[in-house]
Design a protein. Sequence first.
Length: 402
Amino acid sequence: MDDSAKKDKAPGPQTRLLHSGKAPRYAGGGAVNPPIVRASTVLFENTAQQRDLRARRGSERVFTYGARGTPTAFALEDAVSELEGAHRTRLFPTGLAAVGMVFLSYLRPGDHVLLSDGVYEPVRHLARSFLEPYGIACSFFAADGRGIEQGLRPNTRMVYAECPASLVYEMCDLPELARIAHAHGALLVADNTWGSGLQYRPLALGADVSVMAATKYLSGHSDVMMGTVSTTGAAWQPLADRCDAFGMAVSPDDAWLVLRGMRSLSARLQMHERHALQVARWLQSQPQVRQVFCPALPEDPGHALWRRDCDGTNGLVSFEWQPGTPAAQVDGFIDGLALFGLGASWGGYESLVNQAAMATARTVTDWSGRGPVVRLHVGLEDPQDLLDDLEQAFHASSLGRP
């Protein structure tokens, strides 16, 4: 068969089935929310285009292989960068994976990292179980920022803060931490999961890197796991290089879920804030409660910093029982709640409750002699229904009934 006949021969059905529908052409507008693009292999027009794109992908974001991201993930990265005021953003399977990659990107054996006493507890475990065995020294400063200068060492390369802090929401002066860290030649990394980019913007306050668990408020529906890392331009390249080396990527379906959840982020947070403040003020009047933790409350020790640096609060409220309260009474209170689900995490539309083991969650601040602490995530339910639920649970626990 001559060459012209070969070219004119129509492909068989199986071939047509495999090669059709790749790039549909149609007249009309575009979708409001970017579509899900699932891809591992990416096809190129020719070898010149392949070489060109592969040569550029170290410094540019180009679609060359699924492990380096898809258009759906790129859309989410852009949205998060807009929230954070960042140069660029990378996505990770979980918030903790995002933290781990930050450590791997900027620290080397022989370095020292100084961490806030208020970090998310799994970060503390990561530091002890991974960083220290691999020759990276770790130590802690008070969650409100006190003692940071005394904690710096000649080999300190990173200061890692969570503000407001986990569980009881201590505020720290992030611009002052940035000044101190940068004067020492160290990076400042901030966990911004509480602030979600709308209510707190660490990069604008002087941080070099901002980490969020998109699992929480960005998603908003308790149905996806993801972490984000956003950086300034100066801090970007080490993170980008290490992510590419480790093949860090997320499912485009998960990226689409988070992107969809972010569309309602502002409206949801306003409702969380209204409901949480109503619950917090009610808790302050309860005889079983010694202290309510929420930086938006005027009585909170960090309230002045919250007013200066934040644009609102969220659904998180914790409270301390009176010292000496029996553990069985706290358990009875939690078990007696009907509208607050007992579970880890937060940031979804639903209300949650969990106990906070402050004796292990803090090592710089002494929590011995304090009462038990319970964390609430106040959801989007009718706040009066939530108050009624809390009231009946307090009453039942005081009578010794579950």
